[in-house]
Ligand binder design. Sequence first.
Ligand code: OAD
Length: 246
Amino acid sequence: MTAGRDTVRAWVNEARHIVVLTGAGVSAESGVPTFRDALTGFWARFDPQELATEAAYRANPAQVWRWYQERRAMVGKVQPNAGHLALAAYARQNPGRMSLITQNVDGLHQRAGQADAIALHGSLVQDRWLDAPRNCCEEHELQDGQPPLCATCGNLRRPGVVWFGENLPAEALAAAEQATAECDLMLVVGTSGQVYPAAGLAFAAHQQGARVVVINPETTEIDRIADACLRERSATCLPFLLMESV
Ligand code: OAD
């Protein structure tokens, strides 16, 4: 029997430093599909090896670029939801008390007002050079659907997200590990906990004595070490935990 939402709200009030680790589920109520939902998830409909690896991009840049362009357009049309807004309001009202680590690349936490969110998997809205840029590298737009490239050397722009097999941005990972080492409460929200090193942060928090709370309507890989599992949606649960506390 794990603790319920009232107990978790008391833990939030007691905590010295809270880390919130988020995944695709926090954006689900904004209308962004998750990755692993059996019906609507991206990875139920597309093969990640054909879309989210460097090899796939080099083999078929136009197809991969178009997929990311579609996702970019889609997230541009949706809005942060009550969960994103509750986190941003809490961080604003309690400076220095919360660190937000996200696996999401949709930019919704940032648009809700958390520009300092630690973006472990990069960003859908910023791209970068595929190969290390040379002096000649200047971006040229081609016709719709083609990735921009350098007209001189052919270097391609690529989505600024982390693909399978790639390292996480070193600075973001270091900031995430440091925040985790300093927290006494970690809220793990809307993630299946299947992707590392992100999921490992929850285990590290548990190991160093922090309380770990999972907020997710479904079971996750993190549940077995959690002090509480709240089977709720983030856009309902986070406002309850963070906004209505006394
Ligand atoms: P997943 O698709 O693996 O998991 C999403 C989780 O959100 C599931 O556990 C759902 O039960 C939960 N969920 C759905 N709706 C929810 C809601 N309203 N409130 C709370 N939870 C809800 O997504 P991630 O765990 O984020 O990586 O996936 C991790 C990484 O795998 C992603 O960052 C992406 C992907 O491949 C890269 O692209 C590098």
